[in-house]
Design a binder for this molecule. Structure first.
Ligand code: PLP
Length: 394
């Protein structure tokens, strides 16, 4: 059978095979990017369930409109003003089936073969996979603790100004490094781009997952040229199972996404949208987020203390102030894939960081999730991993 050319990019590879081994229930896996299931507000969701099936009769089971359930879009618009600091009308919001769909649709809206996409070095694997279907060329812009390195951005703008079609960034607690851009860097970034008419996709999946410090203004709020497209999601602040997320942008840009949405899935789940709308109507989501963040901070501290005490000193890492991951670096000549092969024999797993670099891989990096397990399981996993690290780095 002949398949589309894009399938070559998704052929199973060695890393995929290793990651499949991590699905064995005996393996303690730091690999996934999942929120903590014990924080899902189960009792409240049961109440919401009763409400939507009684009050609204059968409409929750009907198709939704292309742009999404209007009362939910209105609530999101209000939250965008409160949380992200920019007024938007409900007509500037389109609901998507997870922000993963918004990423795929961004590729659909903006990318033709060989167009250039700028992204952070490293960047979110799921976005790279989504854009890959449109055959772009990636240019990885260097990053430091403050965000994108502006000198490198300027150099590459000069080099690729005729082919640059889209910029993709995750300024808040990005996946995989959990770094957060400083205010200065956000302003400098937009300033550097002011003469370039290119869309900036701001992925805000973790923008409310902050345990320490004050929130930074979003690029969306700082942009006065209507070229930032903000992707928000209920996955990390509520429950990913509903698959409800949104795009906020100028009405003109939202119009482009709306034109494509019927061909993609007709509409996002009307049932899920009403669940979230009712939850926001009767409960305080900010209270829920606050409780979730307390639990994540506690787990982050636990993992950090353990690593500081037990991991070999050659392994370096950040202390994330938000997000769901630690980003570790091994000595330069070491390989995280080799380490994973050994780790799986001890029934522990993580994601080798090479997957997060579309071009020039850093093979000595590791992404470790800390949100998804109980402290007891985290401790057992860390014990196994530190044993493997000591053997591998000897
Ligand atoms: C940076 C980033 N963007 C987008 C997504 C997709 O999220 P959603 O569940 O809204 O599709 C994820 C999921 O982990 C992510 O890490």
């Amino acid at each position: 059978m002949k398949f589309a050319r894009r399938m070559e990019k998704f052929e199973s590879n060695e890393l995929l095979a290793l990651m499949q081994l991590a699905e064995n229930p005996d393996v303690i896996s730091f690999a996934g990017g999942f929120p903590a299931p014990e924080m899902f507000p189960l009792e409240e969701i049961k109440v919401v369930s009763q409400n939507i099936l009684c009050e609204e009769n059968r409409s929750a089971l009907q198709y939704a409109s292309t742009s999404g359930y209007k009362p939910l879009r209105e609530k999101i618009a209000e939250r965008m003003e409160k949380q992200k600091g920019r007024f938007v009308d409900a007509e500037q919001i389109m609901i998507t089936s997870g922000s993963q769909q918004a990423l795929d649709m961004s590729g659909m809206v903006f990318l033709d073969e060989n167009d250039v996409v700028f992204c952070e070095r490293p960047s979110y694997l799921g976005a790279i996979n989504a854009f890959n279907s449109y055959y772009p060329q990636y240019v990885e812009i260097e990053t430091d603790d403050q965000g994108m390195v502006i000198e490198d951005l300027l150099d590459n703008l000069q080099k690729y100004k005729d082919r640059l079609k889209m910029i993709y960034v995750i300024p808040d607690f990005q996946n995989p490094t959990s770094r957060c851009w400083s205010k200065e860097r956000r302003v400098e970034f937009l300033e550097a781009l002011k003469d370039y008419d290119v869309p900036i996709i701001e992925d805000g999946a973790y923008s409310e997952i902050r345990f320490e410090g004050e929130p930074e203004q979003s690029l969306f709020a700082l942009d006065n040229q209507n070229k930032v497209i903000f992707l928000g999601s209920f996955s990390k602040i509520f429950c990913p199972g509903f698959r409800v997320a949104w795009i906020a942008a100028s009405e003109e840009l939202i119009g482009k996404y709306l034109a494509l949405k019927p061909g993609v899935d007709l509409s996002s789940s009307s049932f899920s949208q009403r669940y979230i709308d009712q939850y926001l109507e009767i409960y305080d989501i900010d209270h829920h987020i606050k409780r979730t963040l307390e639990s994540y901070k506690d787990k982050r501290d636990f993992v950090y203390d353990y690593m500081k005490r037990e991991f070999p000193k050659e392994v370096t890492y950040n202390v994330p102030k938000g997000g769901l991951f630690f980003w570790l670096e091994l000595p330069e000549d070491k390989s995280a894939k080799e380490l994973l092969t050994l780790a799986l024999k001890e029934n522990v797993a993580f994601v080798p960081g090479c997957s997060f670099f579309p071009n020039k891989k850093m093979k000595n990096t590791i992404r470790m999730n800390f949100s998804n397990m109980s402290k007891e399981r985290l401790e057992e996993g860390l014990k196994r991993l530190s044993k493997v690290l000591i053997i591998y780095l000897k």
